[in-house]
Design a protein around this ligand. Sequence first.
Ligand code: F7E
Length: 372
Amino acid sequence: MKKALITGITGQDGSYLAELLLEKGYEVHGIKRRSSLFNTQRVDHIYQSPHVEHRNFILHYGDLSDSSNLTRIIQQVQPDEVYNLGAQSHVAVSFESPEYTADVDAMGTLRLLEAIRLLGLEKKTRFYQASTSELYGLVQETPQRETTPFYPRSPYAVAKLYAYWITINYREAYGMYTCNGILFNHESPRRGETFVTRKITRGLANIAQGLDRCLYMGNIDALRDWGHAKDYVYMQWLMLQQEKPEDFVIATGLQYSVRQFIQWTAEELGIGLRFEGEGVDEVAIVDSVSGEDAPAVKPGDVLVRIDPKYFRPAEVETLLGDASKAHAKLGWKPQIDTRTLCKEMAHHDLKEAKRQAFLKQNGFDCAMSSEG
Ligand SMILES: C[C@H]1O[C@H](OP(=O)(O)OP(=O)(O)OC[C@H]2O[C@@H](n3cnc4c(=O)[nH]c(N)nc43)[C@H](O)[C@@H]2O)[C@@H](O)[C@@H](O)C1=O
């Protein structure tokens, strides 16, 4: 039975990857940060109590900022595969906590690689690094592929640039099987609430159900290549099953604006929207309402406004990936397109908003937030 260790197992990708590896018969170990609150909602359905015999899903307390703890966990688990998905992954937050971001995202990667090496596991343990399209930042070529020069635009991207190169360095210096998946944005109903797609689906579903009035957004002109996280974690696994370690771009090859994602989400809720005005004065106004999913919305309502507090000090305006290497060498192609992804997310969040609205009508108070 193969053993995998996943950092960031409580996150979107970690939870999908854990499901995939369990299906494939792995013993899955995950590292989760200690917190006074439970933060395991995304893996609760696969959780096994420590008292179950022959467990194949095991969580360890740990932190990418603590090398002694990482070394101890790796020594104990002796993993065949390590997936480094843990990170401070919010680009806007990285401008507010640049040092923490560097420590976890850059140094955390080094700590893991060094632990594998010092424990003498460099021939046994394969290593996947969650690299990112944010490395391309101020894009030097379109579409972006494995050979496109990087130009990071945030403390997050700069930290991930270090992680990208240290992963390659350990491959070249020590002959370790290490690789980078350069993943473009990937989303799902499990996406964190402060990333733009989820903020939109959750925000508009809440408005539709009368739990909120208006959604405040940043730069809605930004263009992204959005895929489904489920498709992308399969590729993470595939990258570690090859003869030779290599780096791959993972993307859909299509890009859309944040504004388009708002429009699609509204459509799913039966709301026709039109955008008016420019820059910080742009608003989205309700044109029509159909169906029964948006009882709290009427024509003329302003559903979306711009709040400059969500602008980033340096923005990544456009990202578009070319995953033809992954297609040619690994036969990988995304199965779920962006429009279908949006539909799944919108209906997931609508269901939750309906549940919250029901609770509210019946006297239970619920706090909603669309910060992010
Ligand atoms: C691949 C990459 O993918 C993600 O990074 P991201 O692209 O920054 O993701 P996001 O969903 O926060 O923003 C997407 C775009 O949307 C714009 N935008 C407008 N208005 C709001 C807004 O109100 N909130 C947010 N969050 N973004 C907004 C924002 O300015 C940006 O242009 C992370 O997983 C990262 O870890 C990663 O590696």
